[in-house]
Ligand binder design. Sequence first.
Ligand SMILES: NC(=O)N[C@@H](CC(=O)O)C(=O)O
Ligand SMILES: [Zn+2]
Ligand SMILES: [Zn+2]
Length: 425
Amino acid sequence: MKLLIQNGHVLDPLTGLDGICDVLVEDNRIQKVEKNLSAAGGRVIDASGCYVMPGFIDMHVHLRDPGFAYKETLETGGRAAARGGVTTMCAMPNTKPVTDTKEMVEELHRRAETECPVHVIQLGAITKGEAGEELADIQGMAEAGCHGISEDGKSLMNASLYRKAMRIAKECGISVFAHCEDITMVEGGVMNAGRKAEELGVKGITNSVEDVIAARDILLAKETGVRLHLCHCSTADSVKMIEAAKKAGLPVTGEVCPHHFILSDEDIAENNGRYKMNPPLRSPEDVEALREGLKNGIIDVIATDHAPHSVEEKNVPMEKAAFGIVGLETSACLTYTGLVEKGVLTPMQMAEKMSYHPARILGLEDKGSVSPGKIADLVIFDPVPEYKIDKNTFLSKGKNTPFDGYPVKGEVRYTIVNGNIIFGD
Ligand SMILES: NC(=O)N[C@@H](CC(=O)O)C(=O)O
Ligand SMILES: [Zn+2]
Ligand SMILES: [Zn+2]
């Protein structure tokens, strides 16, 4: 089948193309990116006024499958991804049972082919059952196509075991995705430590809970040489440490989530679980440091940490609520509104952080670019519409967001995976 995307503003971080162009797709590949193309007999999409970007690659998603179908499944998470312009997502292994074997990774990949409209890269746990005691079969999972291992949801506190895992990951050529949180320092905290936590009368989580583990992980990456990806960075010092690691030539990358670069703890309107996530919403100074890190290239990736939970688990005071908020359906409009509209990022940088850099980090040679020969995973994003986020329109099972009613600009019009329109018709 032929598909012609006409008159869109094409953003291709690989070639630097940043202008009005047509994109011709045939079968599952991009065939031509030129002006005045025609598609004899093919389907035509008029993309006038819209950006045509490589499909977003979300490096941090919780699909909750298997084991928590009441929160999300491969299918519902996939539909939410499609609506958000996400064409590939990395699924975290904190499922039930924990995804910690070669067979489980293979099974997930097999199921995703039919159950999920977008590409899924299943990540494997570092230890069996994420119990922190015995290493999982990292080599086997790497063979099954997991591009990274992660204990996300917590940190592996045993640094010696972690170092062993890093050596194996390095050997297998896969990355370590680090959730940085010193478990012994949390002490019952539910939001950022500071004035707001005191005002609400709840226990706080200090910045060093994240920072000490970020420092440890970077030092271990230095020793083992493993590719280290720091998930959901939330503090000014995390940004500084990533900057120093990069200056030292270490293969370290940083990820930030929209909620952390838009909201601070001062935006927490009441003691309600929709404001509770890990790491927590930080101080305005931290938010500013994350935005600066995104602008100057220290932070490579914008990912969602899409973490769906039920209403019962979230619509309660923070002390009782589960950690996590959804993000797949709001990351594009929040990034556009919060960063591009504000002049922090150019539209091209948005495409880099949401697609091109993730593709490079994951080693996906034929993704993250709108160039001839690449897989036709594309998003057509209209920057004009202004509206308020409405959680009731989410296709995800999770409605847990602090952004319900939040005014944004920009909307995904079409999402295309393997040359097929999976959202927008
Ligand atoms: N981010 C969260 O607050 N929660 C995540 C776990 C995680 O990403 O650490 C979850 O699985 O719910
Ligand atoms: Zn995490
Ligand atoms: Zn997570």
